[in-house]
Design a protein around this ligand. Structure first.
Ligand SMILES: [Zn+2]
Length: 214
């Protein structure tokens, strides 16, 4: 056991944090997954699983009421509860993904780019940066591959035929397109699942090209 440290949450509760060594549990998973963490409230996996990040939304009403009544302690308590729920949920989801897979690939969404957008609040609220960190260290502990891959064109490219067809979502106008059909091969895509599949394919290409040993 290493030396511990104290920390205080937004509710004014104190915690004593210690690092303990636990034996790493190797993953028995054999699948590979691509995850699109995008500028959205949901993270989407290449197998179609959606991970909703609406922890804040569920408490919005209670929070607004407490804020109007200027109940500072109550507001702090609600914020603390949201943070705890989010952390618990992200821990469960990241553990499940690591146990199921032998390789996990996520897109390299630049956080600087996120903060400039309107959706920054919900994106930060969803805690995808925390999720990415959890996936990374749990993957290393479990001895599976974790890679951040270049996600350029992951939304525009058809994950079925590899073309960037005229019909795929592009630019600002493309932001609203949730579902589209490829004008080259006629495959119908959910926007986010298609992006996650392209991230998975980019990850496979990267592994095939050989990654340097750490
Ligand atoms: Zn296609």
């Amino acid at each position: 056991m290493r030396a511990g440290s104290f920390s205080e949450d937004s509710r004014g509760r104190w915690y004593f944090n210690v690092a303990v060594q636990v034996p790493a549990k190797p993953s028995l998973g054999t699948a590979a997954v691509g995850i699109d963490l995008g500028l959205k409230e949901a993270a989407v996996c290449s197998d179609g699983q959606r991970i909703e990040g609406r922890w804040y939304r569920a408490h919005e009403h209670k929070l607004a009421t407490a804020q109007r009544a200027r109940k500072k302690r109550r507001v702090k308590a609600i914020h603390a509860r949201i943070a705890n729920q989010r952390q618990d949920a992200l821990h469960q989801l990241s553990t499940a993904l690591v146990q199921r897979n032998a390789a996990i690939f996520v897109g390299d969404v630049a956080s600087a780019q996120l903060v400039k957008t309107q959706t920054a609040k919900s994106t930060l609220d969803a805690g995808w940066a925390m999720f990415k960190t959890m996936l990374e260290y749990k993957s290393h502990q479990a001895g599976i591959v974790f890679e951040v891959v270049n996600e350029a064109y992951s939304t525009q490219t058809c994950s079925c035929c590899g073309a960037i067809p005229a019909s795929s979502p592009k630019g600002r106008a493309g932001l609203r397109i949730r579902e589209w059909s490829c004008s080259q091969c006629a495959t119908v895509h959910d926007r986010d699942v298609n992006a996650a599949r392209n991230i998975l394919a980019a990850g496979h290409r990267r592994l095939a090209a050989g990654i340097p040993a750490l």
